[in-house]
Design a protein around this ligand. Structure first.
Ligand SMILES: [Zn+2]
Length: 313
């Protein structure tokens, strides 16, 4: 090999070492980050924040009770391909989701890993129990009430957790993700104002009307809009009311002039009907999770509108 050819080869190698990493990076950047969420609303959030940099899908379809889901092999397969695993946490879906995560054997998305995103850590939690929690209190969560997906404000706050995780995964796209986060926050603030406008007929009443919930899953919704709930019809979180409880809570609701009871799709109808008979308070069954494809809850906005319209009836 002549000296000249040697030099050429050396230059070629040098050029390759300079180009190759950029080429690899460019290729990597064209592959969207795979985001797998528990609730469909979190997939909606991820799509707004990440845009074309992400591909987001949820494990739940919006028809399940998020507290009680059987993790399936299909879920494990989906999670195994995820760069980020996103959940509400605070005990909402933690148990079945953690089990599914551990079955993937993928370290980066286990709790504590860079791809594990517990959005509940980024919100102002409501109803944090003052004393230690044990099973005798039903499905009560030590971290506070986990149903923050019904508040656009809490969803906006929780977006920080997802944005931080996205930046960890793709630091070169920081500006894109931060712009996406700002857009999501603006969307949620606008939505909050629009819902306040729908709720105006009840918000202007004096004294403020009171509501009741079958399960305490509307707490963040009521709190955000300044509405009042006298509590749950359930005996304890996740535990159906006894006839004694139904009689007692119905009397209380009647005395307080409760306007309406709200219940998620999974609330047992017979208890709601009995409550209504005893108290004279009507009830509405409403969606409590985004359900893609269903007109009344196809998006965060559609679901908020459905909730608000049920309350002004
Ligand atoms: Zn709950």
């Amino acid at each position: 090999m002549s000296n000249l050819t040697g030099k050429r080869n050396l230059l070629f190698l040098l050029a390759l070492t300079l180009i190759a990493p950029r080429f690899a990076l460019a290729q990597m950047a064209t592959t969207p980050l795979q985001i797998v969420t528990t609730l469909p609303e979190f997939a909606e959030m991820a799509t707004v924040i990440g845009g074309s940099e992400v591909s987001a899908a949820s494990l739940l379809r919006g028809i399940e009770d998020p507290h009680m889901v059987d993790g399936t092999p299909a879920m494990v397969l989906k999670l195994a391909k995820a760069d980020l695993a996103v959940l509400a946490g605070m005990g909402l879906e933690t148990s079945w989701f953690s089990r599914a995560l551990s079955k993937t054997g993928k370290a980066s998305i286990q709790r504590g890993g860079p791809g594990y995103v517990e959005l509940g850590n980024f919100i102002q939690a409501l109803e944090i129990p003052k004393s230690p929690v044990d099973r005798s209190q039903g499905d009560l969560h030590a971290e506070g009430n986990p149903h923050f997906n019904l508040s656009p404000k809490a969803l906006a706050d929780s977006a920080r957790g997802l944005t931080e995780a996205l930046i960890r995964a793709r630091p070169d796209k920081k500006a894109v993700f931060e712009a996406g986060e700002a857009k999501f926050k603006t969307n949620m603030a606008t939505l909050e104002q629009d819902i306040r406008a729908i709720l105006k007929p009840v918000l202007i009443l004096n004294p403020k009307p009171q509501f009741i919930e079958y399960h305490r899953e509307f707490v963040y919704f009521f709190n955000l809009y300044g509405l009042e709930s006298i509590g749950a019809i359930e005996e304890k979180p996740g535990i159906s009311p006894s006839s004694g409880r139904l009689a007692q809570i119905s009397t209380l609701a009647k005395t307080k002039g409760v306007r309406r009871a709200l219940a998620g799709t999974f609330a047992p109808r017979q208890h709601l009907r009995r409550f209504s008979e005893l108290s004279g308070v009507p009830f509405s069954i409403v969606p409590t999770m985004v359900r893609p494809g269903s007109p009344e809850s196809s998006s965060i906005r559609a679901m908020q509108q459905t909730l608000a319209e049920a309350l002004i009836q």
